[in-house]
Ligand binder design. Sequence first.
Ligand code: AMP
Length: 284
Amino acid sequence: MQLVKSVRAMQRLAKVWKRKGARVGFVPTMGYLHTGHLSLVSCARKLVGRKGKVVISIYVNPTQFGPKEDFSRYPRDLTRDLDLCRAAGVDVVFAPSDSEIYPASFSTFVVEERLSQGMEGVSRPGHFRGVTTVVAKLFNIVQPDSAIFGAKDYQQAAVIKRMVRDLNFPVKIVIAPTLRETDGLAMSSRNKYLKGELRQKALILRRSIQAIQEKVSRVGARLAAVQAKRQIKKLILKEGGARLDYVEFFNPVTLKPESQVKRGVHMALAAYIGKTRLIDNARL
Ligand code: AMP
């Protein structure tokens, strides 16, 4: 396994691989890796085969964090991440510094203007502008044939897919399922913040989804989105130490809000558990 820190070295490698006809699978991450990330690595390996190359990027991208968000305290442990990548059969870890990615006088951004408007886009202004910009740059640097994203960040995956289509990136986007802890909590680097009883309280996200899933599980069953939202807000408030940021019911393709909640509709929510903001989603 190789650790690459400079853009030039990464692009050089990509060129060599292209010349040899090796397929490249890419997993962009912010590090502090968990089994969810590693499942994307396995997915990449399956896509490119034994002779292909699997690249993972580890970069906590400052432009996707708001000024009051957790950029500076986001968990980082490159040594541990490198061990996990080696064991998972990664070929190259691309871990650039901020000045590699954002040189002085950097002034070009990529903006998706529709799918990024709701949900995370409302709660985290500028977030997707940072995401699309860094992912576009990473695609130009790594030049992958395919890139794997987690369904855990459902809106992000949709925004990236749209960017790739709209800007003609020659990259196949694959969306892999959300991996969960045995009790149902979606794996996340931010789960590290959940100390003591907060870890237990975090299950309220999954339980909120399950509560609605139960209501609409019968064929033909439906309920008004406003009513469902009220119910979730109450459920989360009752937990104590938890606060709903948003909950949305929407079309899984267009991300447009649905006024009626029924099977096949997608549900996503964000909630603060103490000071930690967590997200989850599922198709109902
Ligand atoms: P992050 O490091 O949180 O930016 O995530 C990097 C990639 O891993 C994104 O495509 C995420 O959607 C994906 N990911 C994060 N958590 C999970 C999970 N629990 N299961 C599957 N993929 C995940």
